[in-house]
Design a protein around this ligand. Structure first.
Ligand SMILES: CC(C)(COP(=O)(O)OP(=O)(O)OC[C@H]1O[C@@H](n2cnc3c(N)ncnc32)[C@H](O)[C@@H]1OP(=O)(O)O)[C@@H](O)C(=O)NCCC(=O)NCCS
Length: 189
């Protein structure tokens, strides 16, 4: 689906077009995202912004990927996917990455990107939309609230550092002391 939408009568806002992402946009979207989702500051913890993420979502379903264009320059993007759970008739739409070039933020670009995302999701028979962001991402939280998202659920992420166990495993695999000890025990046992 190719859906272009230009700015309405509001004179103050720039003439931003929202359209489906195209193959030539991949690198531009990736680089714009790099400036927004810096390592360690990613707005959602369980996904990382890298070229594979963009490519995967683009090839997953291009219809769920849009860009905002101003004077032929990509100034924003929305990338998402749909989720169908087994034993449930409900289809969910997940808006995974939403980003706007800082020079063009607070001009309604994200709202426009979301409008198209929602239209596409409605056509896909999606019954519920899901977004997530870090608790301290106030612009995103305010935006999502304004767009109509409610009922925030708190998730706590816990981490476990496996480095020492990983090192131990490596030593064993390379025939280190742990391996030798095991072999010795085996010989005498
Ligand atoms: C969050 C983000 C996408 C908003 O994009 P945007 O184009 O500036 O948003 P809009 O201009 O459409 O703003 C719509 C509403 O969002 C809220 N909002 C947006 N930016 C805000 C800010 N800096 N502070 C407070 N509220 C903000 C406001 O409610 C605003 O409505 P208003 O103008 O009537 O007050 C943008 O700040 C961004 O790219 N942030 C970095 C990436 C990110 O965190 N993405 C979200 C999670 S993936």
């Amino acid at each position: 689906m190719k859906n272009e939408e230009s700015e309405g009568p509001k004179q103050k806002r720039p003439a931003v077009k929202i359209r489906q992402m195209e193959i030539d946009d991949i690198a531009k979207v990736f680089h714009l995202g790099e400036t927004l989702f810096k390592a360690g500051e990613a707005p959602n913890t369980y996904r990382t912004w890298d070229e594979y993420e963009v490519i995967e979502l683009f090839y997953g379903d291009v219809e769920f990927c849009s860009v905002a264009v101003l004077k032929k320059k990509i100034i924003g993007f929305a990338l998402g996917s749909t989720i169908t759970k087994s034993h449930s008739a409900w289809k969910y739409g997940h808006l995974i990455w939403l980003g706007v070039d800082p020079a063009h933020q607070q001009m309604g670009v994200a709202e426009k990107l979301f409008k198209r995302f929602k239209e596409v999701m409605l056509k896909e028979n999606v019954r519920m939309l899901v977004v997530d962001t870090e608790a301290e991402n106030i612009p995103a939280l305010k935006l999502f609230r304004k767009l109509g998202f409610r009922n925030p659920q708190q998730h706590i992420y816990l981490t476990m550092n496996l480095e020492s166990e990983r090192q131990l495993l490596k030593k064993r695999e390379n025939g280190g002391p742990a391996e030798e000890r095991n072999n010795r025990n085996h010989r005498h046992g």
